[in-house]
Design a protein around this ligand. Structure first.
Ligand SMILES: Nc1ncnc2c1ncn2[C@@H]1O[C@H](COP(=O)(O)OP(=O)(O)OP(=O)(O)O)[C@@H](O)[C@H]1O
Ligand SMILES: [Mg+2]
Length: 230
């Protein structure tokens, strides 16, 4: 279980998150929703330990991880697929994937089940990351995160700016990771239809605060109109 208690996060003196309380059960799928600039990415970065300053308590399976460095959080079982993918363009697909394995708790190499989720990566192992399409780069970013053997995967707008024919493929894999591989998923999403189809629970952010949360069935059109319409 991932638990955030009274989390505040800062860029310099500016407070981007205020008093975030969120509990994500093991095996659960939660979607974090909200307009541009409300703090969704900041929340992901706070969980990973990538912010300069975060206060409050963060725990994973009962252990306080607030003081751990990012690589230690990765080893503890939290993987991150950043907004914009963050793959290394001058590294091959194989090299990008190998980077993911470094964060794994046990030596694993590039596991077959991950390549089987994304056959195109298997085909392009020797291509440079930068020569893949946007959708293929996103698949690479997800595969790299999985090779770290995570308990929890954080996905920040994984289908943003991706060709529609690949979007569905990526969405199906994300659902499969949760339902079949029992990986806990924290998904940042603007696509409400996908959040509804995939999640068990949701949290809606506004100006760095959680303004609504609950079972996904409680995510009404009124809430979406109020907190997501532009
Ligand atoms: N590096 C930074 N330095 C200072 N302020 C920042 C920085 N990054 C983000 N912010 C501010 O923090 C707030 C939250 O930004 P964040 O990127 O977390 O939003 P978001 O919900 O992920 O938005 P989007 O949907 O556009 O990705 C915004 O007001 C933003 O301007
Ligand atoms: Mg963002």
């Amino acid at each position: 279980m991932l638990e955030l208690s009274d989390i505040d996060a800062f860029y310099g003196n500016s407070r981007a998150l205020q008093g975030i309380n969120l509990m994500v059960g093991s095996g659960e799928f939660i979607s974090v929703l909200g307009r541009n600039g409300v703090g969704k990415t900041t929340l992901m970065r706070s969980i990973l330990g990538l912010m300069d300053r975060v206060t409050g308590r963060l725990s994973l399976d009962g252990a306080d991880i607030s003081a751990l460095r990012t690589h230690q959080r990765a080893k503890a079982g939290i993987a991150y697929v950043p907004q914009g993918r963050g793959i290394l363009p001058r590294f091959t697909v194989r090299e990008n994937l190998t980077l993911g394995t470094f964060a794994a708790r046990s030596a694993n190499g590039i596991e077959d089940w991950v390549l089987e989720l994304f056959p195109v990566l298997k085909e392009f192992l020797n291509r440079y990351g930068g020569n893949l399409s946007g959708g293929q780069q996103q698949q690479l970013a997800i595969a790299r995160a999985l090779l770290a053997q995570p308990k929890v995967i954080l996905l920040d707008e994984p289908t943003e700016g991706i060709q529609p024919n690949i979007v569905e493929q990526i969405e199906d894999v994300i659902v499969k990771l949760n339902r079949e591989h029992k990986i806990t998923v924290v998904l940042v999403e603007q696509n409400v239809a996908f959040a509804r189809r995939a999640s068990h629970r949701f949290a809606l952010l506004e100006k760095g605060r959680v303004v609504a949360k609950g079972e996904i069935g409680e995510l009404t059109d009124d809430l979406i109109q109020l907190h997501m319409a532009v």
